[in-house]
Write a protein that binds this ligand. Structure first.
Ligand SMILES: NC(=O)c1ccc[n+]([C@@H]2O[C@H](COP(=O)([O-])OP(=O)(O)OC[C@H]3O[C@@H](n4cnc5c(N)ncnc54)[C@H](OP(=O)(O)O)[C@@H]3O)[C@@H](O)[C@H]2O)c1
Length: 359
């Protein structure tokens, strides 16, 4: 998933002040640009604190932007996403009532008051990694993270943001110790960036992660082709994997290639280790999400990848809930691995595995 974070701050780093009224930080030109950018995304996320404080609508109000979304095959409105531990969300908030878009709430407990208003995803542990993973499983490919302070902090702490758009109002200071502040470390400052004024607001866009490349898609294609070599079995998926080391060496493997208990990732890693390859910082391309639970082997593929220091994991299809509830992508993300799902190639992988789906 593409994750884009956006924040507007005063010259002294505040996201708002602590007064009752809403503080307008962006110039009208910057605000118009934010509206245009938002409309390119599948979903928009704000924390429950922002819903309670600002009551934002988060709709695509401009008819031309809506028409452009429809032309591109998107829903007219973005899916609205939020997270709460307390469950303090008023179903009459504009987040729920404005616009016709889908609404998803990540919550630590069931919220019957939101029945019929939003889809509530209940989870004990809610993190940026789990939000991104669950949204991807629901078909969302890009997320605009709008704030507030806690949400931005969480997404940056987990290093799951691809692009940061930081708008600064150089002439505005709040001098307010109680104001919410941008607290995302300074790592982003070293990333490649460009800057320009939108009216009186200076905007810097930092490219923190490269995202999917044409090379990624080629290696993933190779992994999918590798999966066709597997003999269909009633007890396992047909999966192919390709390990690519930092120096560009490539090792492919498929399920059960040399042992009836080996997964594709293990087969590819076995070949890499036999060749003396350095796997720290390597990338794993798998036709299906690396597993998180094994009955026939002591270590799952995602645990193996974390142990060996893989930096990236790219896969086409999330593992269907056929044998176990896989959390490989989530475990990898929580372990600091950059995970990319490529849903455009998932259909082919599921067709290769139709022997397990009664087709
Ligand atoms: N200038 C800007 O670009 C911008 C943009 C957006 C917002 N803001 C400002 O930011 C301020 C709000 O920031 P904020 O930090 O108070 O609120 P926030 O980030 O919008 O939301 C924080 C809330 O999200 C929930 N939450 C956070 N982490 C969670 C987790 N791991 N699991 C489940 N729920 C989690 C909690 O909700 P519960 O309390 O319900 O448990 C928490 O109180 C406002 O003043 C707003 O105006 C500024």
């Amino acid at each position: 998933m593409k994750v884009f974070a956006s924040a507007a701050v005063t010259a002294d780093g505040a996201l708002d002040d602590s007064s009752a009224a809403r503080l307008h930080i962006s110039s009208p030109e910057d605000w118009a640009e934010v509206m245009r950018l938002r409309a390119e995304f599948d979903a928009i996320l704000v924390g429950a604190g922002t819903i309670r404080r600002d009551n934002p609508r988060l709709v695509v109000a401009d008819g031309a932007l809506r028409a452009e979304r429809i032309r591109r095959g998107l829903a007219p409105e973005l899916t609205k996403v939020t997270a709460t531990r307390s469950g303090r969300l008023d179903p009459r908030s504009e987040f729920f009532t404005a616009g016709c878009g889908r609404k998803i709430v990540f919550s630590a407990r069931p919220l019957p008051e939101l029945d019929g208003v939003a889809e509530v995803v209940v989870a004990e542990e809610i993190s940026a990694s789990s939000i991104v993973t669950e949204l991807e499983k629901r078909g969302i490919g890009s997320l605009f993270v709008e704030g507030g302070a806690a949400m931005l902090r969480m997404f940056f702490a987990e290093r799951i943001v691809d692009t940061l758009r930081l708008a600064v109002a150089p002439d505005l200071r709040v001098d307010d110790a109680a104001a919410p502040r941008l607290d995302i470390g300074t790592g982003y400052l070293a990333a490649p960036h460009t800057g320009r004024f939108f009216g009186s607001t200076f905007v810097t866009t930092y490219e923190l992660r490269q995202g999917l490349t044409a090379r990624d898609e080629e290696y993933l294609r190779q992994a999918i082709d590798e999966s066709r070599k597997c003999v269909p079995s009633a007890t396992s998926y047909r999966v192919g994997a390709v390990v690519v080391t930092r120096s560009g060496a490539c090792f492919a493997g498929h399920t059960h290639e040399t042992s009836p208990t080996h997964h594709a990732e293990q087969e590819a890693v076995k070949k890499a280790l036999a060749a003396g390859a350095e796997l720290r910082g390597a990338a794993m391309y798998s036709s299906m999400e690396p597993c998180s639970q094994r009955s026939s082997e002591p270590e799952s593929c995602s645990a193996m990848m974390l142990r060996l220091g893989f930096a990236r994991a790219v896969f086409a299809a999330y593992e269907p809930d056929c044998f176990v509830q896989c959390r490989g992508a989530l475990d990898l993300r929580l372990g600091g691995v950059e995970v990319r799902a490529v849903p455009a190639m998932a259909g082919e992988v599921l067709r290769i595995n139709s022997h397990l789906r009664g087709e």
